[in-house]
Every structure is written in structure tokens, then in C-alpha cells.
Design a protein around this ligand. Sequence first.
Ligand code: PAF
Length: 294
Amino acid sequence: MIAILGAGSLGRLWAATLPAGQVAFVPRPGQAPAPVCYRFQPIDGESGSTIIPWLQPGQSPDLLLVTTKAGNTLEALKAALPSIAKQTPIVLFQNGLGSQQQVTETWPDRPVLAASTTEGANRPAPGLTVHAGRGTTWVGALNPAGDPSVEWVAQQLASSGLMVHPEHDILARLWQKLVINAGINAFTAILDCPNGEILTQPFYLQWIAPLCEEISRLLPAAGQPQQAPEDLRETIEAVARKTAANTSSMRADVKAGRTTEIDFINGYLARLGHQHGIPVQVNQMLAEQVQQLN
Ligand code: PAF
């Protein structure tokens, strides 16, 4: 049994694609007992109705996927983990960085893994989850206790039919995604526009070069390979062009009145800069501007 904590777009994508009958959502305290029902629209083919039960009291899963927002992860796991066996691998799907470290520090003996995915899923209407873009998911251990289960976890996830690879340096993958999110998400939220439109906006054009300089200095401080600011900008802009019509997750959060993940993206980079004495004015400014949107 694979349990999923977090019934948002990504949680529903995995729940709908993993083999039926082997998946359950983890209830939050006080959650209604009725199963989670929604229509799932795959990339190819007709949409169909999906019914996912809740994990029952006393039922301990073989694998726990955590698809909560970064800011809710610690609290949600504190409620869920007491009834989940100590050896059950936990796979964290959160955007950005910071929440993963909170989990490995709080439960150092549990097997903790992280996944970085480029799968696109959204919920354009209540009760409908759309698999909007095919991607790849990498999964790797975040602590020594997680190491032995990487291959097995990758196989379990691949039973969904989605593309999944084991990854020995998952932190590097998380950093690559963090760079992209740091260069796109805050701008789309502040400018209230789809990803591609930031590229011609004066606010973006003013700040992207100094932002990339800050990130370029932060990477080696975080133990990651140095990348030139121009290369970082090229990576960010290639993704912005490829996803030009998309609403970023941060813009969607602001529009829906949800707390954004800014503290785990530009906010995380600003905290890292402060720790290492590296100037992070642009990350700090973007973090503050997004915090004011909530
Ligand atoms: O957070 C997001 O929305 C995505 O990671 C990205 C790459 C910005 C595309 O929309």
C-alpha cells in the first residue's frame, strides 16, 4: 500500500496513475471519512472518475509520498508519522529547499528520500485534476537511512507509468529546480502574468542579472558546482519560454489566496546568503514583495 499525504494536484496525479487499489490518502486530523473522488484527465485519452480511499486506522503503508506544500510539510508529518512504521520510506515532493532539511533533522533515523519532478498537473475546476504535461521524476535518498530503498521506491513510483529514475545526487536536482523557480515564480506572482510574459517586463529585465549573480555566488557556498550568472539566466529563460503559457505554482497560490512557497525559494536563498555573508538583496526583495501579496 502506498500512502499519499497531501491531496493537491501532484498528490492526485500520483494517486490516479499508481495501480488502483494500492493507494490511499493519509487523513488529516478531523478529515471527513468519505473517500476522495475526482475526475482525472490523462494527457492522452478520456477523463475518468477516480476514487481514492483514506488510509484506515492501524493500516501502515509500505511507502509514504508527501505532496503537501513546503510550508505544511513538517506539521502534516508530525500528525501522520506516529501511526506509520519507522522503516516506511518517506518521499518528499516539495518545491524549493528548506522543508526537506526540517524533515531529516526532525526524524534522522527514518528513511527519507526526495523526489524532483517535472510532471505538470493542475486543478482547473473543483473536482477535476488534469495531467497537463509529461515529465520525468528523479528520486534519491536525503539521509543514509534512505539509501537502501532508492531503487525499490523508484520501481514503485514507475508502476504509475510515469517516467521515474533513481538519482544518487538528489540534492543537485533539487538545486537545479530551485534555480529555475527562483528566477521565474516570484516574477510571475509579482507581475501577475504567465511564465513567458516575464521575459519582456521591465521589472524582470532590471533584476534578473543581479539575481543570477547572487545565485551564482550562493551555489558553491551550498556545496554545489559553480555556474556562471549568464548560464543560470539561460537555463531560467529556456524554461520560461518552454512553459510560456503556464501559470506558475506561485502565481496560482497567490490567486487562490494560499500561502506561497516563497520562504523555500527566494526566501531560502536569502537565509543562506545571510548565513554565509553573501549579498542577497534581490532574493530578499523578491521574497518580501511576494510575502506582501498574501
Ligand atoms: O513552480 C512552477 O510553476 C514550475 O516549477 C515552473 C518551472 C515555474 C513552471 O511553471
